[in-house]
Design a protein around this ligand. Structure first.
Ligand code: GCB
Length: 605
């Protein structure tokens, strides 16, 4: 768990952020591992950490690199830290990394969106300069999560072909921190909240490394102590509880302490929003009230930074979500930074938290096939490599995501995969196992879902029976029935929804959208114009409003974002309500007018 508790400084924990500008080298000939680059790099250039490395250089070789890249930095560890356990912690490195300190491996990690930490005590020189070298690899296969392939061209160039519609940004995407932790320490904390009228309940379970007695104190936002308890498990009560509500967050702080013989060994705080989540029939209940999701599927994506963490961008996005009347997002198509999740808790933004399982459908340009429907050409889930190594990677991704994010009040549902090819019979056994695995992992037992695509419309999906909520990505009026046919898109969509409604489960439309170039205006409208995007939205909203089982609409996408280059994408996917630099298209104003009239309970004025 050392990596999974967020690196907060407390009375007992010291954190130093060593992000910045590091040395960098592309491994163009794939020779670094054999030639011991782990011991130190020569002929380097510079690279920002955190950031994707792809969009910083002017060379194509950087942007389109396939394989390893290497980073190096120097750091000191204070002599006083000798008494502590010292770690280096990466918020994420995409998609896998090995970290060497003074030439020795301290940690390796697979999976591009999760934290990991390596212990340094035995490899560092305290009080002196140490060198860290990190090799990061961006390759994808059918066995990795997310999925993709590598093709080798006639001239020998290797290319990563993602089975997904976003740029395969890579590098050290989140902050790198040194941590000095007590040897006897808090290792993991689970919270489970409930309430009965004005009485709030916070159940907790703490596990520790080493001996010690656990005690907890619960503080309100003003810093006033509202409850306290002893022991590693228990339940606290709060009089006149202030609930965590969508758009109106309230966060208590659970201060966990570990002491031995009256001496404090470790202390760690967890922010706790008191709320409940439940699915009942076709309703999605937050705090026992039906909730209506309004918002977007997003990406962590911006100019120059790529997928690198950007605090200013995250705040701007929160402002825009608030302005437009959104109450929710999906972390399409991978877990977002821990800092983003903290902001969502703070702002009352409801989150469908998605694993990086995307591209479980091995057709290039599969977004076209996915949107248009028809017969699947893919045999993805029949492949032994998918059923074995792929399944294991998927389970790892689920387990790590749940571990990292389980205590966030903002998380109301887990999405286990985006658009897997569930039109195949073989997907049934696969998802039966994946859902069974995930069921036991969340202490809060939140609803589980995956996101269904158009190749498995109502009546043809082999996995929805395992999901608590039906999530649908649909493009009626764009990939199908586009142009002059768009006038009938709403009716066609409504017809499919009427089928799903018979499942007696809530339905959330997790994607619907039309590519739109900001600044193109056409009367009458044509595809790609701002007018068309607004008319398209009207068709979709007509369908949603016709179906009482629909409890949410998350437009694709919040903002324009970068994709692989190709004949279908003009400098990226342009389905944003906002441009990539976060300015509104006409559709943003259009959505705002609708969403301002729909409250969080779905009441449409
Ligand atoms: C989808 C995918 C998303 C794509 C989108 C599109 O179904 O889930 O990743 O970007 O369609 O715009 O085609």
């Amino acid at each position: 768990m050392t990596a999974f508790l967020y690196p907060h400084e407390t009375k007992t924990r010291r954190i130093i952020d060593i992000s910045g500008v590091w040395k960098f080298k592309l491994d163009k000939n794939n020779e670094g591992r054999d030639n011991h680059w782990k011991d130190g790099l020569s002929d380097t250039t510079l690279m920002a950490v955190p950031a994707s490395y792809n969009d910083i250089s002017t060379e194509k070789a950087f942007r389109d690199h396939c394989g390893d890249v290497w980073y190096e930095t120097d750091f000191y560890i204070a002599e006083e830290w000798q008494e502590k356990e010292v770690y280096v912690r990466f918020g994420s490195a995409t998609h896998r990394a090995i970290v060497y300190v003074n030439g020795q491996e301290v940690v390796s990690h697979d999976g591009g969106y999760m934290p990991f930490a390596g212990k340094l005590n035995d490899v560092v020189k305290f009080g002196e300069k140490n060198t860290m070298v990190v090799v990061v690899n961006n390759e994808l296969s059918r066995k990795t999560i997310p999925c993709g392939d590598i093709v080798t061209h006639a001239n020998g160039t290797r290319e990563v072909k993602p089975f997904f519609d976003f740029f395969n940004y890579a590098g050290i995407h989140r902050a790198v921190k040194l941590m000095a932790l007590p040897k006897q320490r808090i290792d993991d904390i689970n919270v489970l909240t409930d309430f009965d009228q004005s009485l709030g309940k916070v159940g907790y379970a703490v596990s520790a490394l080493g001996a010690g007695d656990v005690s907890v104190e619960l503080f309100d936002e003003a810093g006033k102590l509202v409850a306290a308890g002893e022991g590693s498990e228990g339940s606290l009560t709060i009089d006149n509880v202030k609930l965590w509500q969508p758009g109106n967050a309230y966060l208590y702080t659970l201060q966990v302490s570990l002491s031995e013989a009256g001496q404090l060994q470790d202390q760690y705080p967890v922010e706790v929003g008191v709320r409940t989540v439940k699915v009942e029939g076709t309703r999605f209940l937050i705090n026992n009230e039906p909730f209506y999701f309004k918002g977007f599927g997003k990406h962590e994506d911006s100019h120059i930074h790529g997928r690198g963490y950007d605090a200013a961008l995250n705040l701007r996005d929160m402002e825009l979500l608030d302005w437009i009347g959104a109450n929710s997002i999906r972390t399409s198509h991978y877990p977002y930074s821990e800092e983003f999740m903290q902001l969502a808790d703070r702002k009352g933004l409801v989150v469908i938290n998605e694993t990086p399982a995307v591209g479980q459908f091995d057709v290039m340009m599969n977004f076209m096939a996915a949107g248009q429907g028809g017969e699947s050409q893919s045999k993805f889930f029949e492949r032994p490599e998918v059923q074995n190594e792929g399944m294991e990677a998927h389970k790892d991704a689920i387990r790590e995501l749940f571990k990292r994010d389980k205590n966030h009040a903002c998380v109301v549902m887990w999405s286990l995969s985006n658009e897997p090819d569930t039109s195949q019979e073989a997907s049934d056994a696969y998802f039966k196992e994946v859902f069974a695995y995930a069921r036991d992992l969340d202490p809060q037992n939140r609803p589980l879902t995956f996101v269904n695509f158009m190749l498995a419309p109502y009546g043809k999906c082999h996995a929805h029976q395992y999901a608590d909520v039906i999530c649908l990505n649909r493009y009626y009026g764009w990939y199908m029935m586009g142009g002059i046919e768009m006038d009938n898109a709403g009716e066609a969509f409504a017809k499919e929804l009427a089928g799903w409604a018979t499942e007696n489960k809530p339905v959330v439309i997790t994607e619907y959208g039309a590519d739109t170039m900001a600044g193109i205006h056409k009367l009458p409208s044509v595809q790609w114009s701002e007018e068309y995007q607004c008319e398209y939205l009207d068709q979709q909203h007509y369908a949603f409003d016709s179906c009482p089982a629909v409890v949410g609409e998350q437009m694709w996408n919040f903002a324009d974002f970068q994709t692989w280059e190709g004949i279908m994408r003009v400098d990226g996917n342009k389905k944003g309500a906002f441009t990539r630099d976060r300015q509104p298209k006409m559709s943003a104003h259009h959505l705002k007018r609708r969403w301002d009239k729909i409250d969080d309970f779905g009441y449409k004025a």
